[in-house]
Write a protein that binds this ligand. Structure first.
Ligand SMILES: [Zn+2]
Length: 173
């Protein structure tokens, strides 16, 4: 915390209402002001807030200037110690829904990408096997038969060419 100076109070351990507790210094922003890691007391999620925002909240004694950044947390949309409007509730619900859909979509994409990669690898292994079998069948010493690793490290164009030649050879044989 060496950069904390008389300009910035050390906020470590301070509580903001019952809602947030300032855990530790997390870094500083572009202007050089501290950024603090804060724990939401409702969902226990750690998040960072700029110094000014925290001193405002501490100064006003109102935690409701801070919102939990975890959209699934009640503290993200309920204005603490104040009533929220129905519009706020609907907006927060839409936001939570949007977030949930986003997460689901990202997960689907990740699974699909992984499946595609695995399928591509299986297809490549089949191609290599064909070439390696061909090498064996024409009497290439086993020690000189292409390994899968060498195959995979070779350029795509070269691999295409080899497969083409094996096809041609087998068709003419
Ligand atoms: Zn929270």
């Amino acid at each position: 915390m060496s950069f904390l100076s008389r300009r910035f109070a050390d906020l470590t351990g301070r509580a903001i209402g019952n809602w947030f507790r300032i855990k530790e210094l997390a870094g500083r922003d572009r202007s050089g002001a501290p950024v603090w890691r804060v724990i939401c007391q409702q969902c226990k999620c750690a998040q960072t807030f700029p110094h000014m925002k925290l001193t405002n909240a501490l100064g006003s004694g109102q935690a409701d200037v801070l919102r939990c950044q975890n959209t699934a947390c009640a503290g993200s949309h309920i204005a603490h110690a104040r009533t929220e409007t129905l519009v706020d509730v609907r907006r927060a619900e839409r936001e939570a829904q949007r977030q949930a859909e986003l997460v689901a979509k990202q997960e689907q994409e990740r699974v699909a990408k992984k499946a595609a990669e695995e399928a591509a690898l299986r297809a490549e292994r089949q191609r290599w096997l064909r070439v390696a079998n061909h090498q064996v069948s024409i009497g290439v010493p086993l020690s000189q038969v292409l390994t899968f690793q060498t195959w995979m490290c070779s350029g795509a164009h070269w691999r295409e060419e080899i497969v083409k030649r094996v096809n041609e050879y087998e068709q003419s044989a």
